[in-house]
Design a protein around this ligand. Structure first.
Ligand code: PXG
Length: 470
């Protein structure tokens, strides 16, 4: 058998052996993987994927926060095919352009709402979220240089943020495990604490009070560095990879007040939160703040093909375009015609099926209501959701919020029960998180909640058996 030809009948063991022998996976302990063998995902339809053993899995993570329009969309395959046959590639470096890239930039500009005096007429394209955030660092530095303030170099981010895995992306991110490998962060990137009320709220403090206090950490940091040295603040509207950390309602308005007060740029990293995930095309709309740069990737094509980019707000675009001359930055695949054609077809589906409206309407309410019911489970300390992202915390004791020991890895036990019982749900420590396709029906929401409940029950039985309950 030619193992590389996936259309043939697969021998799982053979694929696993070849996988171990040749494929370096992202964020993976390969010693551990070699002993288990990777699960081979072979096909998909709607909200389900299947593995090489024929097991069906409800994909409550949309691949990796990407497949917002669901699997099996023929229109996206057709768009890619048609574009490949017409013009599979041409660069946009040397005063050339291509029609899908122009159309997509125009479309994205029309979908990004104007807020206050900020509007988005320009788009820079890359192929991923990480690249887009590298581009943000380049653009932010160029912006301040062009304005005659080259000393404004520092970008402030947050601990437990995720902004990608390149040198700049991992530096902007606040993952200590990533910083520990490779001498990161690079200079001029610094971090403040995250707005995680459940963990960092003081006794007696309301969520709204905490939101103001957490935003205040930004002002403290700005003053500590010197306001004239700060270039930008970058944040995810809701932290995704960090465990679906939803900030209190007061957080973003206070952040806006602070960035405005000191004139620093605001970067909204919406790689997870844009394209309907929170019920809007862009997430800044959901929280009502005014970013200068918006990072996107993933669901712009529903993950069918790599594409990322930055919505460049007028404040930055004007300076780069009018004062900048040539900006010495760009990628071979900036504005890739096939990726842009697929994105256009994807946005067409999202518009036709009103996916953002669905998420902020009755379907979102139903999702929130059913998800909140998981709060009644003895293992669940707290649930929270916003649009079609949700998280819950596994605890030893609901009243005292006592957590399990880190080395007991209860989240991983729960993830294992999900994975072995037809559900893909992610664990971040002891937070279990989901971000399902935006196409879910009522029946599929019910099915997903039943699958989660089953995995929680199995995990509860395990922790009880191990004597880990308080
Ligand atoms: N910003 C945010 C907010 C992200 O979530 C990136 C940037 C980087 O995008 P690329 O396309 O370069 O991967 C992301 C990616 C997880 C997980 O464990 C999340 C991401 C990637 C990999 C794993 O939840 N988000």
């Amino acid at each position: 058998m030619n193992a590389a030809n996936t259309s043939e009948q697969l021998d799982t063991k053979e694929i696993q052996a070849l996988d171990s022998a040749h494929f370096i996976h992202p964020f993976t302990d390969h010693g551990d993987l070699a002993t288990r063998g990777a699960r081979v995902i072979t096909r998909s339809e709607g909200v389900y994927v299947w593995d090489s053993e024929g097991e069906k899995l409800f994909d409550a993570m949309s691949g990796l926060w990407c497949v917002n329009a669901g699997y099996g969309r023929q229109a996206l395959a057709q768009a890619a095919y048609d574009q490949m046959m017409t013009l599979p590639f041409y660069n946009s470096f040397f005063q050339t352009t291509n029609v899908p890239a122009v159309k997509l930039a125009t479309k994205l500009a029309s979908l990004a709402p104007k807020v206050g005096d900020r509007s988005f007429e320009h788009v820079f394209f890359s192929s991923s979220g990480s690249e887009s955030n590298d581009s943000n660092v380049r653009m932010v530095r160029r912006y301040w240089d062009l304005l005659g303030q080259p000393q404004r170099k520092v970008i402030i981010s947050r601990h437990n943020a995720y902004h990608g895995s390149t040198m700049a992306g991992a530096s902007l991110g606040g993952m200590s495990g990533m910083h520990a490998q490779g001498d990161l962060p690079i200079p001029n990137i610094t971090h403040i604490e995250q707005p995680y009320f459940y963990e960092n709220g003081k006794p007696g403090e309301t969520a709204d009070e905490f939101g103001i206090r957490a935003a205040g950490w930004l002002e403290e940091k700005i003053l500590q560095i010197g306001a004239d040295k700060v270039a930008a603040f970058i944040a995810e509207p809701i932290q995704g990879a960090g465990g679906v950390i939803i900030p209190p309602a007061t957080y973003w308005p206070e952040i806006q007040r602070i960035v405005d007060k000191y004139g620093i740029l605001l970067i909204s990293d919406e790689v997870i939160c844009a394209f309907g995930r929170l019920g809007h095309w862009f997430a800044y709309e959901r929280f009502g703040y005014k970013p200068d740069l918006v990072t996107f990737a993933k669901a712009v094509t529903s993950g069918y093909i790599p594409l990322g980019g930055v919505m460049v707000g007028d404040r930055v675009a004007k300076v780069l375009i009018e004062k900048g001359g040539e900006f010495n930055h760009g990628y071979t695949y900036s504005g890739h015609p096939v990726a842009c054609a697929v994105a256009l077809a994807n946005l067409e589906i999202m518009e036709a099926e009103q996916l953002p409206q669905r998420v902020r309407g009755e379907m979102g309410d139903y999702f929130a209501k059913r998800y909140a019911e998981l709060n009644d489970h003895p293992l669940v300390g707290m649930t929270e959701s916003c649009g079609f992202v949700a998280g819950l915390v596994l605890v030893k004791n609901k009243q005292t919020r006592e957590r399990f020991k880190e080395e007991d890895a209860v989240g991983m036990i729960c993830r294992g029960h999900c994975f072995n019982n037809g559900l893909i749900m992610r664990a971040v420590g002891d937070r279990m998180i989901i971000a399902p396709p935006l196409t879910l029906t009522h029946a599929q929401i019910d099915e997903m909640i039943a699958l989660i409940t089953n995995a929680l029950d199995l995990t509860y039985a395990d922790v009880k058996k191990n004597g880990w309950l308080a």
